[in-house]
Write a protein that binds this ligand. Sequence first.
Ligand SMILES: Nc1ncnc2c1ncn2[C@@H]1O[C@H](COP(=O)(O)OP(=O)(O)O)[C@@H](O)[C@H]1O
Ligand SMILES: [Mg+2]
Length: 357
Amino acid sequence: MAKAPTKKPAKKAKTTTKKVAGKKVKTKTAAQTAASVKTAAKKTVAKKATTAAKKASSKSAPPKKTKQSKSAAKGNKKVTGYGSGGVDVVMSVDQVAKEAASIAANAPSQKELLKLAGNEPLLTINSLRAGYGKMEILHDFHLEVAKGQSLCLIGPNGAGKSTVLHSIFGFTNIFSGKISIGSKDVTNLTPSQKLSEAGIAYILQDKSVFPQMTVEENLLMGGFLKNQPAEAKAAAEMVFDKYSRLADRRDKPAGVLSGGERRLLEISRALVMNPEVLLVDEPSIGLEPRFIDMVFEILDDLQHRDGKTIIMVEQNAKKGLSFADLGYVLVSGETAIAGAGDDLLQNPDVGRLFLGG
Ligand SMILES: Nc1ncnc2c1ncn2[C@@H]1O[C@H](COP(=O)(O)OP(=O)(O)O)[C@@H](O)[C@H]1O
Ligand SMILES: [Mg+2]
């Protein structure tokens, strides 16, 4: 099952622009984000550098090294990943990938993944090969998640975590394989069809709120696929009933919202279409620690009270795995380890590679 890591395009060390839902969304590199949330990073507890990290740091710097891994190489123990919620990266990305690839020798079988989903999956990804342009990023990828379950994807940068979400929502080129919801084949639906016909929503974030538009206008945009504007309006009212924090500010420009409220608005906007499955890419990114807990509480509520199925990517592996029922560790476009979130938190390999010791 394990394959040698495939060649990837070089990632620029600058702010990159990703196309999301036809919109260009600026994304920051870990190093930039870390720099912009210095204060949060300072508060983060420094973790012990593992032996492997020390080994990695004694090697010459590979070209893709980020700021954070460079400082790790200098023996600086106050190294954090995204700097926003205690992501304690103590190894270089390359080293993590190398180590994790060797763990991938025991990659979980499809049967095991099915069992984790209680043998009754709502969303299934079967033998998916997908990527961007002609480049294949996901290789023979499987995923099984039951209705009302939450799954968190963790793994090194560039492993293909976001690409899994992109593939589910229809942002990638699918070369082969199948994605289904229940008995419905949704592999080749467009993002709008995913949202309006398959009940899958991708939560846009990080600068996706229009600051000059009011909170209400931003929210109503989530209902742009509704046939009747009145339906979107009614759905927006339901969101306001649920979140007074947004209702109190409905006529204010969204630019006045705090970071946490903005993330709430981004999540809520996806709720206007009343999706069954929520795809959430790094809900904690760029947030102050106090807002991170709030966002996880909101997601918890959506899962446990509203029965939503959640598939998330989270750099903050500890938070993500504590939240989610299931966790997959992705390496080079394949799942190296899968298990219950709590079990992965206890898994020594996961701990060493992703939880900082
Ligand atoms: N829009 C894109 N076009 C081309 N390559 C991309 C695009 N987005 C991501 N990639 C590449 O796909 C690989 C996996 O990226 P991604 O899924 O974003 O990783 P992760 O979310 O695990 O950090 C990386 O090599 C990345 O450079
Ligand atoms: Mg990503």
